[in-house]
Write a protein that binds this ligand. Sequence first.
Ligand code: AMP
Ligand code: MG
Length: 480
Amino acid sequence: MQFNPRYPSLNPKLYHQQMPIPLKGAKAGHFNEALADQLQWSQQEKTEWVEICSGQKTFAEFHPLAMVYAGHQFGQWAGQLGDGRGLLIAQVLDKNNQTIDLHLKGAGSTPYSRMGDGRAVLRSVIREYLAGHALTHLGIPSSNSVGFTSSTQGVQREKLELGAMMLRTSDCHIRLGHFEWINQYQPELLPEFTQKCMEWHYPECLDAEQPLLAFASKVIQRTAVMISKWQLIGFAHGVMNTDNLNITGSTLDFGPYGFMERFRPNWINNHSDYNSRYTYQNQPSIAHWNLWNWLNNLIPLAKPEEKEKFKQDLAHCLEHFETTFLEHYKQGLCQKMGLPNFHKDSFDCGMAFLNILQSEQLDYTASFIRLQNQEYEALKDDCLDRRQFEAFLTQYETIRTNQDIDALDAAMFEANPIYILRNHMAQKAIELAERNDFSEVDRLFKLLSQPFTQQTDLEKAEDLAPLPSDVPEVMVSCSS
Ligand code: AMP
Ligand code: MG
């Protein structure tokens, strides 16, 4: 690996250096060799992946550290948070010369653990491992993982579970909540910290006429694009607290996330979210709220006499969130539908299709595949209100008349996955892994590597549809 340690150059008040505390009886779970190659792991490092992904082996080039941050959780100021069970164990250059963080999750308690035990359980590690992999291959910016290990050590949650560790990769572990911590507890660190964030993640902004505004705009833009991609694929993050969104707009900190099955805009996968704050349909407005909150943390950077103008400029930057989100969402929905983006009725027609999915409680992913395969009769047969479907189909075919159908169809195939990670798929893999059988993790890992390509040799019928509606859903909560 080629190390590029840059976080340790920050003021030491922003982190705590410590070594991982390995679990008893660490053993192999799964290894993502393609990602290790992308990270330029040597043969020796690959051979030692279990030691690395279980905290038994660290690197002389980087002293592991826990970051401190703060945040708003479920809309309330939560004060100091931080890496309570994860350590940044390296920053390395990948094949594209991009700096990537390696973060070991479940590595033991830190000064930021609060009441937690510093551990992660096998269940949540597998959920995060597979989801990061799935999103990455769906083309959605996301953390991913090089590998995970299980152990023989019990960790108490609602019941006793197995402890596990995962080596997560991300282009950035700096959260919106980092800025909140600095302003609340060490405001004098803000100028240098912001400068480093720009140098590391948005160097192009340094040459802009107004670097801070350029930086703010970029963070807003990348977040809006990420959220539009979540909405289009049907992904619900579950805990969009300000400490779980980073400044580069790549998905981070999966907990009670879910991939939408039956189309329900007010769907919430997180059974701990009692007020339904983080429903699927709320994600764009919650991201907007988080960004508004974050922008307030940049205001101290303006000179006193320029503060009012700066506030107005930031508000103006934030207006672009909605336009960027809508532009990407509309374009993406038209692509999924096989409709031309420029046609004035395409977006309405897409919304009409979503209305049908909602009122008929149809599976989001499978229904787009049916549309893509032109299985209109089968789609109609799924509907109780057949007239509604026929009206939609007439409009749909009218818009597609005289268009470049081959190009529209080819674009559809790139936008509509056949495979997503349904909760029951992850659950099956977890139950087997808890009995030391990782074959289902491996099967899903392979399947989700190519979500747009049919893999008849690997797929199972249950990968393609939701569970029958009378089967109780898998309960997913914040406990992990
Ligand atoms: P999350 O909701 O998973 O993003 O976690 C919120 C905060 O709680 C973060 O600062 C985590 O590091 C911390 N945390 C979550 N679970 C644990 C745990 N088991 N032990 C210590 N800290 C934890
Ligand atoms: Mg978190």
